[in-house]
Design a binder for this molecule. Structure first.
Ligand SMILES: C[S@@+](CC[C@H](N)C(=O)[O-])C[C@H]1O[C@@H](n2cnc3c(N)ncnc32)[C@H](O)[C@@H]1O
Length: 218
């Protein structure tokens, strides 16, 4: 690593990233995933915004009438958006500063994980994924991104990357896949130009008594 690269790494903070994306709209995948629930007015809906970052999707969920548990490992994330939550919506928001490796989840209709859970260390990823899966109610959804093996960051030892086959097998037994789009293209990140290899996922949790072959699991 050159000293220039090393300096860039030392300067990186998640807070600077939140400032960089200040004022953004909710991400298109989030909007598409939320629309799959249809009209939820009058229903008690729970979401987890996992790796909530700047909180844009947390705020959108609160405004849409959902209860939200917003989780991030970085205290600056929660500080960043908490003051933007209107007083009348505060009773519907819970926040938690927790790492993906040590999550404390609630039963939920939606786990939204926008560009976040690939930052979980590989040795903890499968346990974290099992924990996430177990807390989504039947008929609820996982909406979020996983990163692919051709991503520029794939050498990062503290992050987790998947092949398409691996993504499909993570989803195979517990979910009906409603959307799985592979993105494999050059683009930009806060850190500069990079190759993005990501999977956009919308997946609905199956009832545990149902398996895709039509056989009972019991
Ligand atoms: C790229 S940001 C995404 C934030 C937001 N979901 C978005 O779409 O912009 C990744 C977030 O994951 C959080 N994060 C990274 N590693 C984490 C870990 N091991 N445990 C919990 N949160 C982590 C960071 O603090 C950051 O807010």
């Amino acid at each position: 690593m050159s000293s220039e690269e090393s300096n860039q790494e030392e300067e990186f903070t998640w807070e600077a990233y939140y400032e960089w994306i200040e004022g953004r709209e909710p991400r298109p995948l989030f909007t598409e995933g939320l629309a799959k629930f249809g009209d939820t007015s009058g229903s008690e809906m729970q979401a987890i915004d996992l790796g909530c970052g700047d909180g844009t999707e947390t705020l959108a969920l609160l405004e849409a009438g959902w209860n939200v548990l917003a989780i991030d490992g970085e205290p600056a994330a929660i500080r960043y958006f908490e003051s933007k939550v209107p007083d009348e919506l505060r009773p519907h928001l819970q926040t938690s500063i927790k790492s993906f490796e040590d999550l404390d989840l609630v039963e939920t209709n939606l786990v939204y994980a926008g560009f976040s859970i690939p930052f979980c260390a590989p040795e903890h990823f499968n346990r974290m994924w099992g924990n996430v899966t177990d807390h989504i109610r039947p008929g609820g959804r996982f909406v979020g991104q996983l990163f692919g093996v051709r991503d520029s960051w794939a050498e990062e030892r503290e992050m987790t990357f998947h092949s398409l086959d691996q993504v499909e097998s993570l989803l195979a037994s517990d979910f009906e896949v409603e959307a799985l789009n592979e993105i494999d293209e050059d683009g930009e990140a806060f850190s500069g130009p990079k190759h993005w290899h990501t999977f956009d996922i919308i997946a609905m949790k199956l009832n545990p008594s149902v398996v895709k072959s039509g056989q009972s699991r019991s």
